[in-house]
Design a protein around this ligand. Structure first.
Ligand code: IMP
Ligand code: MG
Length: 182
């Protein structure tokens, strides 16, 4: 395992080795297994692209009957405004009356998750909780609870295990933090 890597113009240092990531995921899986043991067929909804590694490891440790699906938040520039608009794409399931667990790579300010929760709640799920691999408590600005997180991280840029810097680093099996903070 490398202690230091370079992606484009940035240097990153090892922050969470693979074993530590696995330990965090195991404890999240154990809590979800306990909390959902008696819940009828929950649906795990992964938010692409960043969730793919976390989702794969988490789901192998879930022991109850469940469904697994993925969505994506697509952003594009509106033609008549300068604001960025995000749309939810890929939702095929009827979530009405279902118990939903949203699976994310990282919750930073909470802005994207708040937006996503707003859309999902319109589908009237029976319950909705969040499982995020990483959580940045120092930069979080929202009120809703991030019930399951494998690890809290400082307010610095992170790559690896699904997380990217300008498209690179998602394939790394360890998690790295940017060297001089940004
Ligand atoms: P938020 O809306 O500020 O919570 O940011 C959420 C999204 O920004 C995440 O789903 C990531 O895609 C991206 N993001 C936030 N922090 C990081 C980071 O440290 N590394 C890579 N991506 C990040
Ligand atoms: Mg994300």
């Amino acid at each position: 395992m490398l202690n230091r890597i370079t992606l484009k113009d940035k240097t990153f240092e090892l922050y969470l080795p693979h074993d530590a990531i696995m330990k965090g995921i195991e404890s999240v899986a154990a809590r979800i297994n306990a909390d959902y043991a008696a819940v009828p067929t929950p649906v795990f909804l992964g938010v692409l692209n960043g969730c793919f590694m976390f989702m794969a490891e988490l789901m192998q440790r879930i022991v109850f009957d469940c469904e697994v699906s993925f969505v994506k938040l697509a952003s594009y520039e509106g033609t008549c405004s300068t604001g960025e608009i995000t749309d939810l794409i890929g939702l095929k399931e009827n979530l009405c009356g279902r118990h939903v667990i949203v699976v994310e790579d990282i919750v930073d300010t909470g802005q994207s998750m708040e937006h996503l929760m707003g859309i999902l709640k319109k589908h009237n799920p029976a319950s909705i909780e969040i499982a995020s691999m990483l959580f940045k408590p120092e930069s979080y600005t929202k009120e809703f609870e991030i019930k399951y997180s494998a690890s809290s991280v400082p307010d610095h840029f992170i790559v690896g295990f699904g997380l990217d810097y300008d498209g690179l680093g998602r394939n790394l099996r360890d998690i790295y933090v940017v060297k001089d903070g940004f």
